[in-house]
Design a protein around this ligand. Structure first.
Ligand SMILES: Cc1cc2nc3c(=O)[nH]c(=O)nc-3n(C[C@H](O)[C@H](O)[C@H](O)COP(=O)(O)OP(=O)(O)OC[C@H]3O[C@@H](n4cnc5c(N)ncnc54)[C@H](O)[C@@H]3O)c2cc1C
Length: 409
């Protein structure tokens, strides 16, 4: 029977990053199991993209994959323009708002197709001596006293000392281990598509808050093309998805106040139901949840995978501390610390998304005038803008706190 120190279930962006981060800091042997093949990168932009913040970029740089990612394709943005459709409020961010502590880089963030990130990570994982990639479907997982047993449909069973569930929002691992989860429907579906904008994206990430929900235009590597994320109540999302292309173009151009010029659909439209989820515990026995398997949040601030990548990096630091202290990989104090820390960050992020969503949806509670005043205030007070931009870039207490993990007790 093949034996590994760690098995990671889910070779998505978070699972692959966790594997590379653990291997960079420890000699542990890792297997990554994923049932899905890699999507090859074609000429047209893929529909799922992520706004990657500065902290995630630093992580990818440390793992030696940032150059591989940007060599495939990526689009940095230097400005953000956020506005209220029916009010007078707006907030603009540009490079002059960057806090001094930000890296010397010349962007606020980078829009990258998820498959581009996954491909780059996969190529690096594939040639790593301590990583074995297994494309198989799991059938069962059993946690014993000193090992975890995993069985497949067409592969001999394997054993590991620790299993990491990085298998996404509907995590099979979480369900198998009966790990309880708190969840709430956001009552929004996100419609995503690629669009062409006649005035170009101007290296800007745009977001308009409409009465029904936010509509974001994320700049892609072609200067006239954006990826849109339009969050709407389910029936509205269905309507928008099934409009004729001409009607859709008219509505989205009007919704964006013509700020990007004439907007025209370039791809199919797909939608995703949006649900807030958070596992009650991120660690149970010899199993750890990270990324979307542990938490999902509203995409309105583009933070979901950034949060998951901090989980990956924090777990790697925790396991490195465990190995170098000569402790068992499932050391309950160290993993307990990891679990509380990551759950607390995820809870804060969920609360922040909720405040933004509520602030823009409860018309009666927060009148447009107050909203407009708030946005104008933020726009005109530079320390406030710096706090917000620091959060968006991931320049919070997260990563420096990693040092605490080395000696948490
Ligand atoms: C519309 C939308 C827009 C978003 N925009 C942003 C953004 O701009 N910025 C941002 O930070 N985040 C964004 N997010 C969130 C982001 O997409 C997710 O947080 C991220 O994809 C999670 O990555 P993951 O690796 O944890 O999970 P996934 O990407 O879901 O990967 C899970 C992997 O596990 C595999 N898997 C699943 N089940 C099994 C199984 N049983 N056995 C083996 N393998 C399995 C899958 O094949 C997959 O490869 C957005 C989300 C949505 C819905």
């Amino acid at each position: 029977m093949q034996s590994f120190d760690i098995v990671i279930v889910g070779g998505g962006m978070v699972g692959l990053t966790a594997a590379l981060a653990i291997c960079k800091q420890t000699p542990l042997k890792i297997a990554i199991i994923d049932s899905q093949p890699l999507n090859p990168i074609g000429a047209a932009p893929h529909l799922r993209v992520s706004a990657i913040n500065d902290a995630s970029k630093q992580l990818f740089t440390n793992l030696g994959v940032w150059a591989d990612i940007t060599n495939i394709r990526a689009q940095a943005y230097t400005n953000m323009h956020v506005w209220d459709k029916d009010g007078f409020g707006h907030v603009d961010f540009d490079l002059t708002d960057l806090p001094n502590s930000a890296s010397n880089d010349d962007c606020l963030g980078t829009i990258i197709e998820n498959d581009v990130i996954r491909n780059a990570l996969y190529q690096t994982a594939q040639i790593h001596d301590n990583i074995t990639l297994i494309k198989q479907t799991l059938t069962s997982i059993g946690v014993g006293e000193s090992e975890v047993f995993l069985s497949f449909t067409e592969h001999t069973p394997i054993i590991a000392k620790l299993v990491i569930g990085a298998d996404g929002a509907n995590s099979w691992v979480r369900k198998q281990l009966d790990m309880a989860m708190t969840f709430r429907d956001y009552d929004h579906h996100a419609v995503v598509a690629s669009v062409e904008c006649s005035q170009g994206h101007q290296n800007t990430a745009w977001q308009v808050f409409l009465n029904a929900g936010p509509l974001a235009f994320l700049p892609l590597y072609q200067k006239n093309t954006c990826s849109i994320v339009w969050s709407l109540p389910p029936e509205e999302a269905m309507r928008v998805k099934t409009l004729s292309a001409a009607e859709f173009n008219k509505e989205i151009t009007a919704a964006s106040d013509g700020k990007l010029g004439q907007v025209s659909l370039q791809s199919e439209r797909v939608s995703f139901p949006l649900t807030m989820r958070i596992a009650r515990e991120f660690v149970k026995d010899r199993v750890i949840l990270i990324g979307d398997a542990a938490h999902t949040i509203h995409p309105l601030a583009g933070q979901g995978v950034n949060l998951g990548l901090v989980d990956a990096s924090a777990l790697a630091q925790t396991l490195a501390a465990t190995v170098f202290a000569g402790k068992e990989l499932n050391d309950s104090k160290l993993l307990g610390h990891f679990s509380r820390w990551r759950k607390s960050d995820a809870t804060d992020m969920i609360a922040a998304m909720e405040s933004i969503k509520q602030g823009f949806s409860l018309q009666q509670v927060l009148p447009k005038f107050v909203r407009g005043m708030g946005m104008s205030l933020i726009n005109n007070i530079s320390p406030l803008k710096q706090i917000l931009i620091k959060q968006a870039m991931g320049q919070t207490a997260d990563l420096p706190e990693l040092s605490k993990v080395k000696d948490p007790l």
